[in-house]
Design a protein around this ligand. Structure first.
Ligand SMILES: O=C(O)CCC(=O)C(=O)O
Ligand SMILES: [Fe+2]
Length: 884
């Protein structure tokens, strides 16, 4: 006899001994016929339902009893003739209040039939039970239900109400109804302020080296997860438990808002494909779990599970480690193509546990509350037979609180992990996040060789991680037992969380994580995400409430492998960063426009003023620059260009000519953009005067505090978004794309007026007439800043726009305009590839210190976009006529 048959007969024997009791492993749980499974799974058009006819039932039965005979040595015998099934779907109007009574009656009838037939074939009993239930099809209900689930109107077709199946499932599975208790947001705002908070996503991304993702909910680099944002678009069973020490969220990716939906607001984003390890976000989170790499969690205002109302847009929660991951089945929304052969997607769930070395979470006002703790896998490994260690969190927390003495819970900056650490398979310290800023001491894993090694170590140690499996409390201890689940007096005796169970379909061990029953979490198992009931294993319909086991939710101690590599509060930018630190190769470096976390109030700030870091909340100032920091022309590199190194796309139709301007002894390149206008490039007509202007602009910026990064008017990012460059406008207001500060000419510093005079003079040399520019926009770029694709087409813009360039060189490019792509639709997929939709650059050339550029013709703004990418610190003044 095969092993499995031996086990079966042993279990069958055990069942006999216990009278009516049936052991789980002896339970015959052949899944119902395929059409029943899909019918149960989700809403379908009734005409597509194909409820089994007598002949299909018989066929199915024959198939399954053949299989059963093969499996069990002919335990089953024919009983088809006994079945009198109803095959009609009733289309009913609103049912009256007797509905539930009827439901119960028919369900107990169903159970009676199930009991009668279970010896024959439980799946036939299911068919019978379901049909006894008189499946209700009613258009209005479906519409309502679809809306409630955020599904589109297209799903509002007739179909079987999954809510009815939920009821059936609860009755057949004898599952008490335990509705999910939504957080009421009734907790008071924490007394301690968060270590870091922000009002915009940009502030997070510019101030925190571990969260630089504008769109995705996870910030990762080279397969290392650094930051995870808990925001809107929750998935089922996301949870905040034990005062936030345990957070269950979901894997990223493959989500979109339903494109068929009437309203794009207040509807959840739904999966459009399976989440799988092929997705780098999922893979990175799983690696973080396997390698015990901690990750910083940030909560946004849209995060519904947070039990108090945020009075800002984002708060940094702190360090977590990923203690467990698993896969669930999530219904395919209407209008979304399901995967082959099933009507659900795989959705990864990720469980984060608070890293205890941080002390108590900053938001907990009452440190006395004892928290039941589960031992770590390590504890279990050390003493597999000892009872669960009882751990008084309160005592430990008191101790930590005493040590911390009320300080804001940020960590000391432990030294950066080395590659050797990373390669150590037992103790793995994660590297610091990538950061081009030299002022943050926790430097990035810049070295590609290091990263390569890290990657390799990931891949090789990955195998061992897989061999180890997802070690979880109790697993090692209990894998030596043969846990049995039994039914007694119609109630399911469940083992506690530590017992785990063995899936009757795939025979693999599984943790019991839902109160509702034994649910296999292996996507490759035919019983994946189905519930064991008295009449067999049934799929879980949409909207069915699953509740986590209490034991499962308990916080677990942080294993020693979890090492925190840096504090959540980034170091301050170095005081008085020299603007002209050419040794670093970055004049006016990138460091200087990165954000900053105010030490006084914890606000994450963008650097929005040129001359100082200023806190938007409390006005705290950091590192104001002074005259010693000016960047003189002589320290700037200048690579000679040949006539501006212009490039013209062959298919653009653009032609160029060279003009000699004898009055000032200067070359001018003229580019003819067909049926749009001309672009003139005057090569360094006056650079010595410009050397002085370069310094004067910087002095004016320090003295006057003119130059600011200001909000873009249209952006795809939620909330305010600052342009990269620092700018100030004089004369007529020019606020076309950016809400730039504007002042009258009388207030303008001298350097601005000189620049305007120079531009006016050169424009007159070209066109022979004086243009009365009434506006000049002055832009300062720090290292790494640029002005992306745009036009200057403010209403009432005159035909001539002309600029003066100072400082480092910049490449100016033109390209034909494109239709703005609908970013919103694919916003959450992260799959936008703008390059696919962008036309090639028609013309580009290099602007050097002292060059003047002129665009002539309004149609240039209508037909072309332009962008300017400086090679480093640079100033540009652009004059226009506005309001004509
Ligand atoms: O930086 C420049 O040279 C030009 C900037 C520009 O295109 C603008 O201000 O609209
Ligand atoms: Fe422009």
């Amino acid at each position: 006899m095969s092993k499995s048959l031996q086990a079966r007969s042993k279990n069958a024997g055990a069942a006999k001994k216990n009278g009516n009791k049936r052991t789980y492993s002896g339970w015959y749980c052949k899944p119902a016929p395929p059409n029943i499974l899909s019918m149960l799974r989700f809403d379908h058009l009734p005409e597509n339902l194909k409820l089994p006819t007598q002949s299909t039932i018989e066929e199915g039965y024959k198939r399954s009893s053949a299989a059963v005979n093969h499996d069990t040595g002919g335990r089953q015998s024919s009983g088809v003739s006994k079945l009198k099934t109803r095959r009609k779907i009733d289309v009913l109007n609103d049912r009256d209040s007797k509905e539930d009574v009827e439901l119960r009656q028919s369900a107990s009838e169903a159970k009676r039939i199930a009991n009668q037939h279970e010896k024959v074939s439980p799946h036939l009993a299911i068919v019978d039970a379901i049909q006894k239930e008189r499946l209700v099809v009613k258009r209005d209900d479906i519409t309502r239900q679809s809306r409630a689930q955020g599904l589109s109107n297209r799903s509002a077709h007739q179909g079987i109400r999954s809510s009815r199946f939920c009821k059936v499932l609860r009755i057949l599975g004898e599952i008490p109804f335990e509705p999910r208790v939504r957080p009421q947001k009734k907790l008071p705002t924490p007394q301690k302020r968060p270590p870091i908070w922000a009002e915009t996503r940009q502030e997070l991304c510019e101030a925190l080296p571990y969260y630089r993702s504008f769109q995705s909910g996870i910030y990762m680099h080279k397969k290392i997860a650094f930051g995870y944002l808990l925001e809107a678009f929750p998935a089922p069973r996301d949870i905040w438990a034990y005062q936030g020490r345990v957070i269950i969220s979901h894997g990223g990716g493959q989500c979109i808002k339903n494109p068929n939906s009437e309203s794009q607001t207040n509807i959840p984003a739904t999966l459009q494909a399976d989440q799988s390890r092929n997705d780098s976000r999922v893979d990175t989170l799983l690696l973080a779990h396997e390698k015990k790499i901690p990750i910083i969690l940030i909560a946004g205002k849209g995060y519904d599970e947070l039990p108090w109302n945020l009075d800002c847009a984002y708060v940094v929660l702190g360090w977590y480690w990923i203690s467990f991951t698993w896969v669930e089945a999530e219904p395919c929304a209407s209008g979304i193509k399901p995967p082959d052969c099933r009507d659900y997607f795989h959705r990864y769930k990720i469980r984060f546990d608070w890293v205890e070395s941080q002390g108590i979470p900053w938001w907990i006002n009452d440190p006395i509350t004892p928290i039941p703790m589960e031992p770590t896998p390590r504890d279990e490994e050390r003493s597999p037979l000892s009872p669960l260690s009882t751990y008084s969190y309160a005592v430990k927390e008191h101790q930590i609180a005493k040590d911390n003495q009320d300080r804001v819970p940020h960590l000391s900056h432990s030294p950066r992990s080395t590659v050797k650490d990373l390669l150590n398979p037992t103790v793995t310290a994660p590297p610091s996040p990538p950061d081009s800023s030299s002022s943050f001491k926790h430097e990035p894993c810049k070295n590609t060789a290091d990263i390569q090694k890290w990657d390799n170590s990931m891949t090789s140690s990955n195998d061992s991680a897989h061999q180890r499996g997802n070690i979880w409390p109790g697993e090692i201890e209990l894998s030596t037992q043969d846990p049995m689940l039994s039914f007694s007096d119609n109630s399911l005796q469940r083992p506690n969380f530590h017992s785990s169970f063995s899936c009757s379909a795939c025979h693999r061990r599984m943790f019991l994580i839902y109160k509702e029953g034994l649910i296999c979490l292996r996507p490759d198992c035919k019983a994946f995400f189905m519930i064991v009931t008295r009449v067999g294993i049934l799929p879980i319909p949409p909207g069915f409430h699953l509740t986590y086991e209490d034991d499962f939710l308990k916080p677990v101690s942080t294993p020693p492998q979890v090492i925190l590599p840096y504090g959540v509060i980034p170091l301050e930018p170095a005081q008085r960063v020299p603007e002209a630190d050419i040794a670093e190769g970055e004049v006016g470096g990138r460091t200087l426009w990165k954000g900053w976390v105010c030490r006084q109030c914890g606000r994450a700030n963008c650097r929005y003023r040129w001359e100082v870091w200023e806190c938007k909340n409390c006005g705290n100032l950091l590192a104001p620059i002074d005259y010693h920091s000016l960047v003189p022309k002589k320290v700037l590199p200048c690579i000679d260009t040949f006539l501006g190194n212009s490039k013209i796309h062959p298919s653009s139709g653009i032609t160029s000519t060279i003009k000699w301007i004898a009055e000032i002894g200067c070359v001018c390149m003229v580019y003819d953009l067909p049926s749009a206008g001309k672009v003139y490039h005057l090569l360094q007509p006056h650079s010595p005067t410009c050397d002085g202007l370069l310094e004067d602009y910087q002095k004016a910026a320090i003295e006057g505090g003119w130059f600011q990064r200001r909000p873009l008017k249209a952006t795809t990012v939620k909330g305010q978004f600052l342009a990269q460059h620092f700018a100030v406008n004089f004369g007529a207001a020019y606020k076309y794309q950016v809400d730039t500060l504007s002042f009258p000419f009388e207030k303008a510093p001298k350097c601005v007026l000189i620049s305007l005079a120079m531009i006016t003079h050169h424009v007159k040399l070209i066109f022979g007439e004086e243009i009365k520019f009434n506006e000049i926009l002055n832009v300062m770029y720090r290292e790494g800043q640029k002005m992306s694709w745009h036009d200057d087409g403010e209403k009432g813009l005159g035909p001539i726009v002309s600029s003066l360039s100072l400082g480092n060189q910049a490449i100016m490019s033109f390209r034909p305009k494109i239709q703005r792509i609908q970013l919103n639709k694919s916003f959450y997929t992260g799959s936008i590839n703008e390059n696919k939709n962008t036309p090639p650059i028609s013309l580009s050339f290099t602007l050097s210190h002292g060059d003047i550029m002129i665009m002539q013709g309004r149609d240039i703004q209508k037909k072309y976009d332009h962008k300017v990418v400086p090679t480093g610190f640079r100033i540009a003044s652009t004059a226009r006529v506005i309001g004509v």
